[in-house]
Design a protein around this ligand. Sequence first.
Ligand code: NAD
Length: 454
Amino acid sequence: MKELSEKQRVFFNSNQTKDLSFRIKQLQRLKTLLLSNQNRLNEAIYADFGKSPFETFTNEFGLVFLDIDEACSKLKQWAKRKRVRTNWINFPAKSYIIPEPLGVSLVIGAWNYPYQLSLAPSVAAIAAGNTVILKPSELPSNTSKLLAELINNSFDPGFFHVVEGGIDQTTALLAQRFDKIFFTGSTNVGRIVYQAAAKHLTPVTLELGGKSPAIFTENAKLSIGIKRLIWAKFLNAGQTCIAPDYVLLPLSMKDEFLQLAKKEIEQASYSIENGNYVRIINDKNVERLKSLIDQNKVYFGGEIMEEKRIIHPILMQDVTFDDAVMQEEIFGPILPIITYESLDEIISEIKKREKPLSCYIFTGDSAVKNKLLSELSFGGGAVNEAIMHISNSRLPFGGVGQSGVGSYHGEAGFRTFSHYKSILEKATWFETKLKYSPYSEKKLQWIRRFMGIS
Ligand code: NAD
């Protein structure tokens, strides 16, 4: 690990990554590599948890390709030095800001979107001119192995290299000195990463998780809202960091909601065989999810095929904030529904808990929408939609509080991996004596007068 990080530092110090055309060439090389190995990449993720080529393209590579294309077309603009106005104190001078790469970066990925969550931060790091050591999650082992093979055979290890492994390898990596660490994963491991980074004062971005609510209000358009909600919840079998974790619903809407949600799940035809569904990542998570289900509250679904690691979508009704399913991020295909009578009451319940990564507001009332948007704090979200905010790269993506630190995608990703160097460039044809000693009462009066202080 030490040798690799030192090799990357030597590469970074060679200044090759400062050249924008070098960065664009590497991003295009990555895109070509991924496109020319689509079949193998599809097979690897299918072997890991049954993800179909359709979802592999739309939820993994599609987003990475959009990021690569946007970075290639906007890089010149993002990397440009920006002039800012100079204040009178510094007259005559120019002031400008130069974006510069941070240096050697470490990207640690999560398992649930193993390509996207490893590659999208790497794209941002490369676009901003950094070198990258990528540590994908070890849980989808076929995916991690193939990423290592393809990237390590195509890129100079001093520039972009994959290190495979779990806790031991990540711990050894975290002991090295990096200029930036970008971590995607759980809040608990995020704390470990933050502590390791503190030793070297390395800046970090932490993309973490949490319990993201979906709030329906009295006049929400139920049919379209439920269609979007169910799709977002059960995509990837609920193993999505920004999946709606639970629903808050006016009591008066309960029966209609449950019937429509059940119908929507049936119509979606979730099955591994037809490519519309995926497995739970491992046995440990199947066990964990089983422990969150209260059979007395299951309204619909719940078929579990343990040996195949398949849990079919489950709707739970009459759930309270005290139930087991409400004590941790679900990260699986269980949708608890909590009914409420007063919006203020649920606002206060959400505020008692950690700030979520996302929040989804289903409403037809703009006053209610604005009230929720202004009173609740969360990473990002959507109105009358769920999870699709991730697909607009102009919206910085990230959490707040326990759900994350920092953001990325599009220009936000470039900024995350950059330092903005501020420069004051002074002219030499003029100087005043005001700031120099010997000081005098007269000089002070002039300074105060310039500043508008009598
Ligand atoms: P995880 O925290 O268990 O693992 C993430 C990474 O950390 C892996 O690469 C793993 O090898 C490494 N790791 C695990 N334990 C470690 C330790 N003790 N020391 C050092 N490294 C360690 O998370 P996960 O199970 O892969 O992902 C699930 C979590 O990630 C959920 O909470 C989910 O919400 C969150 N997540 C967040 C985002 C986001 O963009 N905000 C995206 C996906 C997942």
